[in-house]
Unconditional design. Structure first.
Length: 217
Protein backbone atom coordinates (compact mmCIF):
# COMPACT_ATOMS: atom_id res chain seq x y z
CA UNK A 1 0.00 0.00 0.00
CA UNK A 2 1.42 3.36 -1.03
CA UNK A 3 1.76 5.76 1.91
CA UNK A 4 0.16 8.54 -0.13
CA UNK A 5 -2.95 6.40 -0.55
CA UNK A 6 -3.45 5.58 3.13
CA UNK A 7 -5.59 8.67 3.85
CA UNK A 8 -7.83 7.70 0.92
CA UNK A 9 -8.39 4.25 2.34
CA UNK A 10 -9.01 5.63 5.82
CA UNK A 11 -11.69 7.96 4.43
CA UNK A 12 -13.31 5.05 2.61
CA UNK A 13 -13.30 2.92 5.77
CA UNK A 14 -14.84 5.80 7.74
CA UNK A 15 -17.54 6.17 5.09
CA UNK A 16 -18.29 2.44 5.20
CA UNK A 17 -18.75 2.50 8.98
CA UNK A 18 -20.80 5.72 8.85
CA UNK A 19 -23.12 4.47 6.10
CA UNK A 20 -23.68 1.19 7.94
CA UNK A 21 -24.70 3.01 11.12
CA UNK A 22 -26.82 5.52 9.18
CA UNK A 23 -28.77 2.82 7.31
CA UNK A 24 -29.27 1.00 10.61
CA UNK A 25 -30.79 3.97 12.39
CA UNK A 26 -32.75 5.13 9.35
CA UNK A 27 -34.36 1.70 9.53
CA UNK A 28 -35.62 2.65 13.00
CA UNK A 29 -37.24 5.73 11.45
CA UNK A 30 -38.90 3.81 8.60
CA UNK A 31 -40.10 1.19 11.05
CA UNK A 32 -42.49 3.83 12.45
CA UNK A 33 -44.08 4.53 9.06
CA UNK A 34 -47.39 3.13 7.83
CA UNK A 35 -47.27 0.59 5.00
CA UNK A 36 -49.12 2.89 2.58
CA UNK A 37 -46.61 5.70 3.14
CA UNK A 38 -43.69 3.38 2.42
CA UNK A 39 -45.33 2.23 -0.82
CA UNK A 40 -45.71 5.88 -1.90
CA UNK A 41 -42.09 6.67 -0.98
CA UNK A 42 -40.92 3.59 -2.87
CA UNK A 43 -42.83 4.63 -6.00
CA UNK A 44 -41.34 8.14 -5.80
CA UNK A 45 -37.86 6.65 -5.30
CA UNK A 46 -38.19 4.40 -8.36
CA UNK A 47 -39.35 7.32 -10.49
CA UNK A 48 -36.42 9.38 -9.22
CA UNK A 49 -33.93 6.60 -9.96
CA UNK A 50 -35.25 6.20 -13.52
CA UNK A 51 -35.02 9.96 -14.04
CA UNK A 52 -31.43 10.13 -12.76
CA UNK A 53 -30.21 7.02 -14.57
CA UNK A 54 -31.36 8.31 -17.95
CA UNK A 55 -28.90 11.20 -17.69
CA UNK A 56 -25.10 11.32 -17.99
CA UNK A 57 -23.22 10.90 -14.72
CA UNK A 58 -22.17 14.05 -12.87
CA UNK A 59 -21.40 14.97 -9.27
CA UNK A 60 -24.82 16.60 -8.88
CA UNK A 61 -26.69 13.58 -10.25
CA UNK A 62 -24.64 11.16 -8.16
CA UNK A 63 -25.45 13.22 -5.05
CA UNK A 64 -29.17 12.95 -5.84
CA UNK A 65 -28.66 9.27 -6.60
CA UNK A 66 -27.10 8.81 -3.14
CA UNK A 67 -30.32 9.99 -1.47
CA UNK A 68 -32.43 7.71 -3.64
CA UNK A 69 -30.16 4.73 -2.94
CA UNK A 70 -30.50 5.32 0.80
CA UNK A 71 -34.28 5.44 0.55
CA UNK A 72 -34.75 2.43 -1.73
CA UNK A 73 -33.28 -0.24 0.65
CA UNK A 74 -35.40 1.06 3.53
CA UNK A 75 -38.58 0.81 1.46
CA UNK A 76 -37.65 -2.62 0.10
CA UNK A 77 -36.87 -4.15 3.50
CA UNK A 78 -40.00 -2.65 5.06
CA UNK A 79 -42.15 -4.14 2.30
CA UNK A 80 -40.59 -7.62 2.25
CA UNK A 81 -40.55 -7.99 6.05
CA UNK A 82 -44.21 -6.97 6.07
CA UNK A 83 -45.26 -9.37 3.34
CA UNK A 84 -42.76 -12.17 2.64
CA UNK A 85 -40.18 -12.61 5.41
CA UNK A 86 -42.15 -13.10 8.62
CA UNK A 87 -40.41 -16.07 10.25
CA UNK A 88 -36.89 -16.56 11.56
CA UNK A 89 -36.44 -19.53 9.24
CA UNK A 90 -37.27 -17.55 6.11
CA UNK A 91 -35.10 -14.67 7.30
CA UNK A 92 -32.15 -16.99 7.89
CA UNK A 93 -32.64 -18.53 4.47
CA UNK A 94 -32.49 -15.11 2.83
CA UNK A 95 -29.44 -13.75 4.66
CA UNK A 96 -27.50 -17.01 4.23
CA UNK A 97 -28.42 -17.25 0.55
CA UNK A 98 -27.55 -13.62 -0.20
CA UNK A 99 -24.22 -13.77 1.64
CA UNK A 100 -23.30 -17.03 -0.11
CA UNK A 101 -24.17 -15.58 -3.52
CA UNK A 102 -22.20 -12.43 -2.69
CA UNK A 103 -19.11 -14.40 -1.70
CA UNK A 104 -19.42 -16.59 -4.82
CA UNK A 105 -19.54 -13.52 -7.08
CA UNK A 106 -16.07 -12.52 -5.86
CA UNK A 107 -14.54 -15.88 -6.80
CA UNK A 108 -13.14 -16.88 -10.17
CA UNK A 109 -16.05 -19.26 -10.71
CA UNK A 110 -18.55 -16.47 -10.07
CA UNK A 111 -17.04 -13.95 -12.47
CA UNK A 112 -20.07 -14.21 -14.79
CA UNK A 113 -22.67 -13.49 -12.11
CA UNK A 114 -24.66 -10.24 -12.27
CA UNK A 115 -22.96 -8.87 -9.18
CA UNK A 116 -19.49 -9.53 -10.60
CA UNK A 117 -20.42 -7.86 -13.90
CA UNK A 118 -21.77 -4.79 -12.09
CA UNK A 119 -18.57 -4.49 -10.04
CA UNK A 120 -16.43 -4.68 -13.17
CA UNK A 121 -18.49 -2.00 -14.96
CA UNK A 122 -17.51 1.45 -13.65
CA UNK A 123 -20.65 3.15 -14.92
CA UNK A 124 -23.04 0.57 -13.43
CA UNK A 125 -21.09 0.45 -10.16
CA UNK A 126 -21.39 4.23 -9.76
CA UNK A 127 -25.14 4.20 -10.41
CA UNK A 128 -25.75 1.36 -7.96
CA UNK A 129 -23.53 2.63 -5.14
CA UNK A 130 -23.38 5.46 -2.66
CA UNK A 131 -20.62 7.64 -4.15
CA UNK A 132 -18.73 10.11 -1.95
CA UNK A 133 -15.69 12.40 -2.28
CA UNK A 134 -12.38 10.84 -1.25
CA UNK A 135 -9.27 13.03 -0.77
CA UNK A 136 -6.70 12.71 -3.57
CA UNK A 137 -9.16 10.85 -5.81
CA UNK A 138 -11.05 12.56 -8.65
CA UNK A 139 -14.85 12.80 -8.67
CA UNK A 140 -16.97 10.69 -6.35
CA UNK A 141 -15.96 7.17 -5.39
CA UNK A 142 -18.35 4.19 -4.92
CA UNK A 143 -18.39 3.18 -1.25
CA UNK A 144 -21.26 0.75 -0.63
CA UNK A 145 -23.67 -0.80 -3.10
CA UNK A 146 -27.44 -0.62 -2.81
CA UNK A 147 -27.52 -4.40 -2.36
CA UNK A 148 -25.25 -4.18 0.69
CA UNK A 149 -27.37 -1.40 2.20
CA UNK A 150 -30.52 -3.44 1.59
CA UNK A 151 -28.91 -6.41 3.35
CA UNK A 152 -27.99 -4.30 6.39
CA UNK A 153 -31.42 -2.69 6.53
CA UNK A 154 -33.07 -6.11 6.30
CA UNK A 155 -31.11 -7.31 9.34
CA UNK A 156 -32.12 -4.24 11.36
CA UNK A 157 -35.75 -4.21 10.15
CA UNK A 158 -36.39 -7.89 10.86
CA UNK A 159 -34.84 -7.53 14.33
CA UNK A 160 -37.09 -4.56 15.08
CA UNK A 161 -40.21 -6.36 13.89
CA UNK A 162 -39.54 -9.55 15.86
CA UNK A 163 -37.74 -8.29 18.97
CA UNK A 164 -38.49 -4.59 19.32
CA UNK A 165 -36.11 -1.70 19.98
CA UNK A 166 -33.61 -3.69 22.05
CA UNK A 167 -33.21 -6.33 19.32
CA UNK A 168 -32.90 -3.55 16.73
CA UNK A 169 -30.08 -1.91 18.66
CA UNK A 170 -28.30 -5.25 19.02
CA UNK A 171 -28.66 -5.75 15.26
CA UNK A 172 -27.03 -2.36 14.59
CA UNK A 173 -24.15 -3.33 16.90
CA UNK A 174 -23.84 -6.62 15.01
CA UNK A 175 -23.68 -4.71 11.72
CA UNK A 176 -21.01 -2.43 13.18
CA UNK A 177 -18.92 -5.35 14.45
CA UNK A 178 -19.27 -7.22 11.16
CA UNK A 179 -18.29 -4.16 9.19
CA UNK A 180 -15.17 -3.65 11.31
CA UNK A 181 -14.07 -7.20 10.48
CA UNK A 182 -14.94 -6.60 6.81
CA UNK A 183 -12.66 -3.55 6.82
CA UNK A 184 -9.82 -5.52 8.42
CA UNK A 185 -9.99 -8.05 5.57
CA UNK A 186 -10.40 -5.30 2.95
CA UNK A 187 -7.25 -3.60 4.27
CA UNK A 188 -5.35 -6.89 4.11
CA UNK A 189 -6.57 -7.76 0.62
CA UNK A 190 -5.81 -4.33 -0.83
CA UNK A 191 -2.16 -5.37 -0.64
CA UNK A 192 -2.86 -8.30 -2.98
CA UNK A 193 -2.65 -7.37 -6.64
CA UNK A 194 -5.06 -10.15 -7.69
CA UNK A 195 -7.97 -9.13 -5.47
CA UNK A 196 -11.01 -7.44 -7.00
CA UNK A 197 -12.86 -6.63 -3.79
CA UNK A 198 -14.47 -8.17 -0.76
CA UNK A 199 -18.09 -9.24 -0.11
CA UNK A 200 -19.51 -6.61 2.29
CA UNK A 201 -22.32 -8.91 3.46
CA UNK A 202 -20.07 -11.68 4.75
CA UNK A 203 -19.28 -10.82 8.37
CA UNK A 204 -22.42 -8.80 9.20
CA UNK A 205 -24.45 -11.76 7.94
CA UNK A 206 -22.27 -14.31 9.74
CA UNK A 207 -22.52 -12.44 13.04
CA UNK A 208 -26.30 -12.11 12.67
CA UNK A 209 -26.65 -15.85 12.06
CA UNK A 210 -24.57 -16.60 15.15
CA UNK A 211 -26.65 -14.16 17.23
CA UNK A 212 -29.90 -15.82 16.15
CA UNK A 213 -28.57 -19.33 16.79
CA UNK A 214 -27.47 -18.23 20.27
CA UNK A 215 -30.87 -16.58 20.92
CA UNK A 216 -29.27 -13.19 21.51
CA UNK A 217 -32.15 -11.43 19.75
Amino acid sequence: MNKNNKPNYLWEYLYIISLTIIIGFLTFLFFQFHFQLVIILFAITIIGVLFVWKRPLSKKLLSINNILLLCAPLCITYIITSTFIQSTESFLGVIIGVAAADVFSFTRSGRNTLNAKVISNTNSLARLSICLPVPKKPGLQPILGVGDLTYYSLIAMFSLKTGGTKAGLIAVLILFAGQILNIVFIAIMKKRQWTKGFPATLFPGMFMIIALLMNLL
